[in-house]
Design a protein around this ligand. Structure first.
Ligand code: ATP
Length: 510
């Protein structure tokens, strides 16, 4: 399904709404509707169970959004959490200079894609795309151009060279997508942290930040957690919580938001063993994604070319979103940077006594960090489909179905009386609903023809529909319809619970 329709579907079916929509919305801020919140909670639960419940050496934490302002000085966010900002003087629109330049490279690639499409139609089945790309002179030339642009960009970004970014915008004659003009300001660093003010202290002293990542709450609590749980290294601390970033350009729906949620785990290890653990978590996190049945070709690793100031290795797990492969999760080897910085600025020791080595040290850290909202978007994109299926008369009809993993589905089972105005049926169906709701998130629906009700459940990803019909009244059986195959079979009312439980339980993923 294309991206526009996906966004419309999320709104129509109560998954995601624009924040404060009646006031024309607040850009890059979103609210989760009734089905959205269920899906999001299930994603969080899957993550939490895989991290905390499945590892005896990983424990949870819920730290505050506000932290002492020195935290962000120590972590480097005050000085270095910036994006390169450029304004167009005619349209007054703001852009990220690096994204404008990437857009320039993408436009070159788009020309190649067009040539490939044309050649495909011309040569038909005999067409070999790889060979075409490797031998066509124009395409080879363009590929060189793209590589040169990206190399120049990554060198400038790595060096924090704002003048060079401006030079690139000029050299490539990049225009403002809005006004079409080349009337740009200088490129300057823009800090992404939101700030606010404490009530009881005036001026700079009382300046507070909304956390741009949850990780720092884990670092400053490292010893509190270690001592209170008597964990031995290696061990991890996991946290799910809101983070805030004043993104300059926030497009692509919930992919890039100003308020979002992270699921982060910091794993504390012996110095020198971090690469071993980095490899372990890299694989372990990929497996977590694969367990959901996500097509392996839609997931890939992408090693960072420019490492952040705190990292000695970093990789992204990228997902093939409707707008291309983008970061879904990051795995970073953060060395002892954060703990050492907090130790230096707070004057408090943040060391661990290793009884086996009989030695004190500042542990090294391997982090896994995934955006809950991006995971949500990936799951919707991965599962939302339009299919041609036979209708009641056997003719072709289009259905929209969300083939979410049953453990993530917002509603697990819908209970539907075949007819609305037959009290025996609605009564029997209500009784089943009242029993099942103790175990699952269920829905009772009697409105409209049964076919339309099935379609509504398909559209929100409900894996099972239970239909109560006249045979139910005779022998206490119902039909269970499977969302994906649309096949139905009869089961005893007393067996519904087990059958559904078997398919929807989170255990299947762990
Ligand atoms: P990007 O390069 O896309 O801005 P990042 O490298 O800054 O992301 P990290 O700082 O590594 O991201 O954050 C960890 C995770 O948090 C990301 O993998 C992503 O899933 C999520 N995330 C980061 N920024 C946003 C945002 N603005 N909106 C939604 N999720 C985000």
């Amino acid at each position: 399904m294309d991206f526009k329709n996906l966004i419309a579907h999320c709104k129509e079916y109560g998954f995601v709404f624009q924040s404060s929509e009646i006031y024309d919305g607040l850009s890059a801020v979103y609210d989760y509707g009734p089905y959205g919140v269920e899906l999001k909670n299930n994603i969080k639960s899957y993550w939490w169970k895989s991290m905390v419940q499945m590892h005896e050496n990983i424990v949870g934490l819920d730290s505050a959004i506000f932290m002492h302002p020195k935290t962000w000085k120590a972590s480097g966010h005050v000085d270095a959490f910036n994006d390169p900002l450029v304004d167009n003087k005619d349209s007054k629109k703001r852009y990220r200079a690096d994204q404008l330049i990437e857009g320039y490279a993408e436009k070159i690639e788009a020309k190649t894609v067009k040539d490939v499409e044309k050649a495909k139609t011309r040569f038909g089945d005999a067409f070999d795309e790889k060979q075409f790309r490797e031998t066509n002179d124009r395409i080879i030339e363009r590929q060189k151009q793209i590589e040169a642009v990206l190399l120049r960009l990554s060198t400038a970004m790595g060096a924090g060279d704002m003048d060079e970014l401006k030079n690139m915008i000029e050299d490539y004659e990049i225009v403002c997508p809005e006004s079409g003009s080349r009337n740009w300001t200088e490129v300057r660093q823009f800090n992404l942290m939101f700030n606010t003010q404490l009530g009881n202290i005036a001026g700079e002293e009382g300046k507070l930040y909304l956390r741009p990542e949850t990780a720092q709450g884990i670092f400053v609590n490292f010893l509190n957690v270690q001592k209170s749980t008597r964990q031995k290294i290696p061990f991890g601390i996991a946290q799910i919580g809101k983070a805030f970033r004043n993104e300059i350009v926030a497009r692509q729906f919930i992919f890039r938001m100003r308020e979002f949620e992270q699921m982060e785990m910091q794993f504390f290890v012996r110095p020198g063993s971090e690469m071993e653990w980095y490899d372990y978590w890299k694989q372990s996190r990929l497996n977590w994604h694969k367990a959901l049945g996500t097509d392996a070709s839609k997931l890939r690793f992408h090693d960072h070319a420019n490492l952040a100031h705190y990292a000695n290795a970093a990789v992204d797990i990228e997902y093939d979103f409707p707008f291309g492969f983008r970061e879904l999760e990051g795995i970073h080897s953060r060395t002892d940077f954060d703990l050492s910085q907090h130790q230096a600025l707070s004057g408090k020791k943040l060391q661990y006594f290793d009884p086996e080595m009989n030695e004190n040290y500042v542990p090294y850290v391997v982090e896994t960090s995934i955006g809950c909202d991006r995971m949500f978007l990936a799951m919707i994109a991965n599962s939302l489909q339009e299919e041609n299926v036979p209708d009641a008369e056997g003719a072709d009809s289009l259905r929209t179905v969300m083939k979410l993993h049953p453990a993530l589905a917002p509603v697990k089972v819908a209970i539907l009386p075949l007819l609305k105005n037959k009290e025996e049926l609605t009564k029997a169906a209500s009784e089943i609903y009242d029993k099942l709701k103790l175990s699952f998130n269920c829905q009772y629906d009697e409105k409209d023809a049964i076919g339309r009700r099935y379609r509504r459940q398909d559209a929100i990803g409900t894996p099972y529909c239970v239909t109560v019909d006249f045979e139910t009244l005779e022998n206490d059986t119902v039909t269970i319809r499977d969302r994906d195959t649309m096949e139905q079979h009869r089961v005893k009312i007393s067996e519904i619970n087990n059958e559904v439980e078997d398919k929807v339980k989170m255990e299947n993923l762990l």
